[in-house]
Write a protein that binds this ligand. Sequence first.
Ligand code: SF4
Length: 437
Amino acid sequence: MIDPWTSSEIDDYKQTMKDFGISLFRLDKLPEDPVPPRLFREGIVFGERGFDPVLERMRSREPFAVMSGLMPSGRMHLGHKMVIDQMMYFQEFGCRVFIGIADLESYATRDVPLDRARDIAIGSYVKNYLALGLGRKGLEIYFQSKRLQVKDLALTLGRKVNLSTMRAIYGFNEQTNMAHMMAPLVQAGDILHPQLKLGPMPVVVPVGIDQDPHIRLCRDLSQSFRVFNVLSVPEGGLGIFVKPDSDVEGLLVLARERIAKLGYLEFKMIKSYKALYVRGATRSDTGRIDSELSYLEHELGHNGFISPSSTYHRFIRGLTGEKMSSSKPETAIFLDDDPDEACRKLKRALTGGRDTAEEQRVKGGDPGRCSVFETMLFHTVQDTAEIERISSECRSGQRLCGGCKKEACEHLSAFLADLAQKRDMNAHLVDEYVMED
Ligand code: SF4
């Protein structure tokens, strides 16, 4: 079981992926233009669930959306920035971006009052998002507590899940308060509500692997509200199955007409099985057929939710070697840190260096397990030639950690000073992108 609220570290990513059916993220499938950011190229984004529909939209430059949540507790640090970097990459493809400020969840699970959550969300997060460059056409930031559509949807979704399932996914027990139990349903409402506004649409949710329980629940819930189910069948091809018991034949006929437009011509309908078999369709056609049926359901007055997709990123190493955490300031560089304070932390950070300078000169260091190098690689050094030079100098022993930290500190100071300036310059955009309903 993964607990999304304890922020526990994952020891074995491969095993976790296997246990929960997460697929490996294929960098080679991404469009070449624009070049994917380092988070993708360096394997920080390592996994995905149901990403193909989004990938198709990225390639064809057709509409899709990105959904993310913001937990308003603590200060924003470099670890949080990784999600923003991913969203900004997706923005290059013209997608819509929704960010839900999880004020109801922070109240339910961390006892943060709503007005305090608002101050934290705007002051510590939204202003940094805008300073980093997320403020573009199609961005919408809202509060869970104010968006009626999300709350209504949470309640509606709750009709399709029972306590046993919630216990199995989240480990809830007799002491868990009811607001906490509702929080995952509100999250599912967050993730699915863009499709209430925009109609059926691929939506990707970039998350740390600790948030996977929410994705699994939400994908199951989205399917439970569907009229059609598309499955591979043992005899080959795909089967389209109707869930309701009324007007089964009418629905199967509509599905056949719709799917025929995609170019599939051989069908076999067995009404007693509530099934339409599509000959010649393969497992890789599932997403395409399922999406088409979503549009049909929507036209018939249903939600037709397309199951949300997710990408998974590793937690980058904190400065002390453990996970970056707002509650442990020594582990993290905060985006509003004073540069002197940030450099003080960087100078104490765990590196991939050797025990002595002499040993390092002979054997070289290991940037692959160095938090100082990761800070430069993922946040402060954009120039590829420069980052390659740093890496190779470290490995060859030409570079020692003292001097390297000094250089990293210069990069970090410049980054933080620039960000502070942009926070001030972009503060007026808060009202433009934060919705009050
Ligand atoms: Fe890290 Fe720099 Fe030391 Fe290499 S030289 S281990 S990159 S601090």
